[in-house]
Design a protein around this ligand. Sequence first.
Ligand SMILES: Nc1ncnc2c1ncn2[C@@H]1O[C@H](COP(=O)(O)OP(=O)(O)OP(=O)(O)O)[C@@H](O)[C@H]1O
Ligand SMILES: [Mg+2]
Length: 543
Amino acid sequence: MHGSILVLAPEGRDAEVIGSVLAEIGLATQPCADLPELCRSLGDDVGALMLSEGVLTDIEPLTAWLEAQPRWSDLPIVILTSRRSRQAGRGRQAFFQSLGNVTLLDRPLHREALQSAAQAALRSRERQYRTRSHLQEITQASSRLEERVAERTQALQAEMADRRRAEEQLHQAQKMEALGQLTGGVAHDFNNLLQGIVSCLAVLAPTVPDGTPRELFEAANRSIERGARLTQSLLSFARRQTLMPEPTDLGDLLTGMSSLLERSLGGQISVTIQVPPGLPAALIDRAQLESAILNLAINARDAMPCGGRLSLTASVAEIGDGETGSSAAVPAELRPGTYVAIRVADTGTGIDPSVLPHVFEPFFTTKPLDKGSGLGLSMVQGMATQSGGGVHIDSTLGGGTAITLYLPSVAAVAGRPAGTAADVERGEGRTVLLVEDDAIVRMGTMALLESQGHHVIEAESGETALALLQDGAEIDALVTDFAMPGMNGAEVVRAVRTLRPGLPALIVTGYADTPDLGEAVRLLRKPFSPNQIAEQLAAMLAE
Ligand SMILES: Nc1ncnc2c1ncn2[C@@H]1O[C@H](COP(=O)(O)OP(=O)(O)OP(=O)(O)O)[C@@H](O)[C@H]1O
Ligand SMILES: [Mg+2]
């Protein structure tokens, strides 16, 4: 497997003789005419050199090649010398050694000596080839190892990034959950306070004289309205709002809002509304959806101080099995199914990537103190999620913002006439059992109902209410709070109806977690206005 031997021995028939002597033992030689030809033939596959001493002048190219050999290579050189010249000087010896792997062979040449020197040279070259292939194997193995290390490192980094993302999402979800609970609790209590004030003021209203007292009275009412809107936003963010979903035609809803939107946005912003024909209805609380869209439009207006375009586009969104959770383009909370989507897109400033993760947090705002409370988007998201849908935001700094609301769809719109705001109707002297644990709210509601002409029996708990009924109290309707220690409103309705089947019942609640009762029970959001409770009671009693 060894290479051939390059022979440079120009004296007489030396080269020819050497070739035939080495051929006897199966060794191949390649005679060269001069040193340049020899240098041209040099390469890794050359097994050894056999040179006569006389040619070693101007050997620069040869030494350059020898010095440039790779680490495994040390080309064996057999130099044919004469004893006389060897004795001639030590300097010549040192010169030979400088050529590296040199063997000196004295002339006159003996066959055996020549053959064994050539064999020894080729054996040494053979060992070098083995070293070369080991080195190659090691290099290949180490580059394979490096590749695998790089692949594994990349996989690990991806895993770590995934984990970090999952942890961040979990952390964010936990934070929002904790915030939601806190906010929901605070808002619920505030609703009770507001309800107490609303009811008491409503009863006092007819007694307030005109002039300054009435102005102050109206101012107090306006503050209450603002307070009520605030608590609604908080409850909405906390997903604890009392939603009253109904099949809603989005075409109707959006076109119905167009003049309100144009008025709210001012003249510099053009509004376009696109709703495809045959769009399925959405199962959604109409009033809450309107307020969500208005919030989004106002955000868009704030982002387009010099004017721009706002487009509202409705469409059907089919969310497949694989899309939820993983895809960044779909809200993680969406279950597979058919949704009706409303995309609200503006050509405004867009949102900085560092701000984007926070925009749904309650009280997060980049606006001045008097302009933004930071509740708009958190409320929109709470409403959408609580309704069984979700929200997706897409924004690039300088490139505008698009927010898509995914709303659950229903196959058909159950035509329902829009409710008209009824004037306060006077009750017809009916008896209402009022169950409310908060003494001030109870007092206020009672006074309100009485001012509307009803007779009221009060109870501070479900248990007391049942005891009253068992004692034979005669009533025409039940109005109960939902969240109470002991029995909750739903349980009160159920228990009362075992004693008085079919009794008209109204649950007043500031919370969303009213269970589906499977029976006719009306719901009223706190804080309610005198009109709202009068309307509900009149409708219940008329059924
Ligand atoms: N369309 C939009 N374009 C650019 N930035 C937006 C847009 N919508 C929301 N933002 C950013 O998200 C933040 C939070 O919005 P969010 O509606 O929750 O609160 P707000 O508008 O600041 O206050 P609020 O709605 O309570 O009056 C905004 O302050 C703003 O920085
Ligand atoms: Mg806003």
